[in-house]
Design a protein around this ligand. Structure first.
Ligand code: ZN
Length: 194
């Protein structure tokens, strides 16, 4: 029997690590050894933090950002600009845009567009009474179709539609764009013809 073959739990741990983004097989093995031979308290704390995150962190009922409450910190923030609503693909994109400090409005996380999402989006537009929808989606044919669909769906609400533009190369996700490019992309967004 080869070394490690009888370590069923250990191999399962390696497998779990290797399913995480950016973690290859070698790193997964290194992490598994670290967990099993390193500081035991830190490893238990890690397991506990993962469990807690899964238990307490849920999508914000209004915008879909990650939150520990029914509504996220941005949705309850009275200082934010109600005129603009920025549509992003994932909750992580909100963090990226917030770090660029180039936007003060609200967000809506699209993930997959379905009937339920459309209802939530409409509710949010009406509640904010916003004037502009900014699409901050990764450039792709699918995004173009979604933008077209949403514009058409809400064409009677008297909204300006814009798309973040310069500096975001096709197929690159927001988190990989540098802050200066992202800042420009938001400030010099392109207005879409209604
Ligand atoms: Zn929210």
């Amino acid at each position: 029997m080869a070394y490690n073959e009888d370590l069923e739990k250990f191999n399962e741990l390696i497998e779990s690590f290797s399913k995480l983004p950016t973690i290859g097989k070698k790193t997964a093995i290194r992490l598994a050894y670290h967990i099993c031979t390193g500081n035991r308290f830190e490893s238990i704390k890690l397991a506990h933090n993962i469990e807690n995150a899964l238990h307490f962190i849920k999508p914000c009922q209004q915008c879909g950002a990650l939150s520990e409450n029914e509504l996220c910190g941005i949705c309850v923030d009275k200082e934010r600009n109600k005129d603009t609503l920025c549509i992003v693909q994932t909750p992580k994109d909100i963090l990226t845009i917030e770090e660029s400090k180039s936007y003060q409005g609200f967000y809506f996380v699209l993930n997959e567009l379905d009937g339920d999402k459309l209802i939530k989006l409409e509710q949010m537009i009406l509640k904010l009474n916003c004037k502009e929808i900014i699409f901050a989606l990764p450039h792709s044919l699918n995004s173009d179709a979604i933008i077209f669909f949403i514009e058409d769906k809400f064409k009677d609400l008297n909204l300006q539609f814009s798309k973040i533009a310069q500096g975001i190369p096709s197929g690159v996700s927001l988190e990989n764009v540098d802050m200066i490019s992202l800042n420009k992309a938001i400030n010099y967004r392109t207005k879409l013809e209604n």
